[in-house]
Write a protein that binds this ligand. Structure first.
Ligand code: BES
Ligand code: ZN
Ligand code: ZN
Length: 497
């Protein structure tokens, strides 16, 4: 996507489509709306008088200017009440504008950043850029061309502002990098299990290393064994694809500054192992690497923005299949941390590969570790598809993530991590077992992870219900959402002094 900033009166901008946000309850027209009314010979006022245009959230209405060399079309998009406009509403109206442009097969649009808006102009520019760049993304690499109705993508965006150039440009660049990072995560998510293997994720990470100067290290089975990562190896032993342990390092801070560490579950296909899943819907288990995809997407953006902070991304990656060598219920495995685990259910594999990754992450002496993982079906039962669960050892960190999620529109909601839950993981033969029974499934999974973080400040996002879906929000599509890439980025940026 080509994004530019234009500092002039929107009605003078020559563009196939000018998008003007319009608040609910607009009656007296001023600024760009007044000029739009003049250009359309009073059509805007007439539409308002007839209540064809009400400013209701995401309502759209198309106008045609009668004169001038400015916009060929004007698209009004309702924002709801002016004082209640949020960055998320802006992302959604921007997404809506892209859907209208797509319908008309237009490949570029211009968006007016209303100076009277209640959202600060930098944040406004960031949200609109994110909404447009996210909405314009699609996953077409495995489809042929449709000659009857060729797909036209929105490829160019102009933000039109009469505000503070520096603020608006900064918002634009942040929004662009964050949305591009999330889009990379979506692409990796949507690639099927036979394409996005652990090796493929490792290669994508190496590509980012070359392109953006990240330090990328990928351990294969040999190094994973040398590291003593018996849990990751146990999950991988039922598959022919070699596991990979991917490390992406961005050194933007001082040499000795403790890094922030992101860990993402990179399970490229979860059949459940010997505790095999039912066939129906199993194809969605290609999305079980969504946490890893979000970490890789976030690392791309961290590097693109050259954030002045040290950040390391870690993605333990494997398949969870079944063959004659597969790990079995009852088997006891040795984790990198030294603790033994009795595998009760081979489908609770995410916590196993994360255990070794969290244990490794501790050795980097991080300021904080945040992991994200499509970890439990129980999380979908608890929160549905509207929030990820957040749990952790540090209330301040959990609060930072909640606030980051509120800013990104990818919300997360806390669940407790009290010591009482630990006894559900007691095993008769090992230090702990990998499942804690039917009750509190999301909490017992996080309680398992907590055994592998030592004293480090750590938080865990269970994204089983929010990483992918039907694409009901305007800027999304059916498939991977890339979430929580932007939440991770909002959090990291909040840590930049
Ligand atoms: N990858 C799944 C969790 C999942 C479920 C993600 C639904 C997305 C949608 C995970 O590995 C898993 O299978 N968890 C089991 C754990 C159980 C065996 C304790 C689950 O949630 O059923
Ligand atoms: Zn599983
Ligand atoms: Zn899984």
């Amino acid at each position: 996507m080509n994004v530019e900033l234009i500092l002039q009166n929107p009605l003078n901008v020559s563009t196939p489509l000018l998008v003007l946000p319009i608040p609910r309850g607009t009656d007296a027209l001023d600024g760009a709306l007044e000029a739009a009314d003049t250009l359309t010979g009073g059509d805007l006022q007439r539409a308002l008088d007839r209540k064809d245009v009400t400013g209701k959230k995401e309502e759209t209405f198309l106008l045609f200017p009668r004169e001038g060399n400015g916009p060929e079309r004007i698209l009004l998009v309702g924002t709801g009440k002016k004082e209640e406009v949020t960055p998320e509403i802006l992302r959604r109206i921007a997404g809506k504008a892209v859907r209208v442009a797509e319908g008309m097969k237009l490949s570029s649009l211009s968006f007016w950043l209303d100076p009277a808006a209640s959202v600060p102009e930098g944040t406004f520019a960031q949200a609109v850029t994110e909404g447009i760049v996210l909405a314009a993304w699609s996953f077409r690499e495995l489809k042929g061309d449709d000659d009857e109705s060729p797909h036209v993508e929105v490829e160019a965006l102009s933000l039109i502002s009469q505000g503070n150039e520096e603020e608006v440009r900064r918002g634009l660049l942040i929004g662009l990098a964050q949305a591009r990072g999330e889009n990379l995560a979506r692409t990796l998510q949507c690639r099927p299990g036979n394409v996005a293997t652990p090796t493929h994720l490792g290669e994508e990470a190496k590509r980012l290393g070359k392109e953006l100067g990240l330090n990328v290290t990928v351990f294969g089975p040999k190094e994973i064994e040398e590291e003593g990562m018996g849990a990751l190896l146990a999950v991988a032993q039922g598959s022919d694809e070699p596991p990979q342990f991917i490390i992406l390092e961005h050194r933007g801070g001082e040499k000795d500054d403790a890094p922030l560490v992101l860990v993402g579950k990179g399970l490229t296909f979860d059949a459940g192992g010997i505790s095999i899943k039912p066939a129906s819907g199993m194809e969605d288990m290609k999305f079980d690497m969504s946490g890893g995809a979000a970490v890789i997407g976030a690392m791309q953006a961290v590097a693109e923005l050259s954030l002045p902070i040290n950040v390391t991304g870690i993605v333990p990656s494997s398949e969870n299949l079944l063959n004659g060598k597969a790990v079995k219920p009852g088997d006891v495995i040795h984790t990198r941390e030294g603790k033994t685990v009795e595998v009760i259910n081979t489908d609770a594999e995410g916590r196993l590969i994360l255990a070794d990754a969290l244990s490794y992450a501790q050795t980097l002496q991080p300021a904080a570790i945040v992991d994200c993982a499509t970890l439990t079906g129980a999380c979908v039962i608890a929160l549905g598809h509207h929030a990820a669960a957040v749990l952790g050892t540090d209330d301040g960190l959990v609060q930072e993530l909640r606030e980051a999620g509120d800013r990104s529109g990818e919300r997360c909601w806390p669940l407790p991590l009290w010591d009482e839950y630990r006894e559900q993981l007691n095993s008769t033969v090992a230090d702990l077992k990998n499942v804690g029974g039917r009750s509190a499934g999301t909490i017992t999974a996080a309680t398992f992870l907590k055994e592998f973080v030592g004293e480090t400040k750590w938080a865990h996002l269970d994204i089983a219900g929010t990483a992918y879906g039907e694409g009901k929000v305007s800027y999304r599509r059916k498939g991977g959402y890339g979430s929580p890439t932007r939440t991770l980025l909002e959090w990291i940026r909040s840590r930049v002094a």
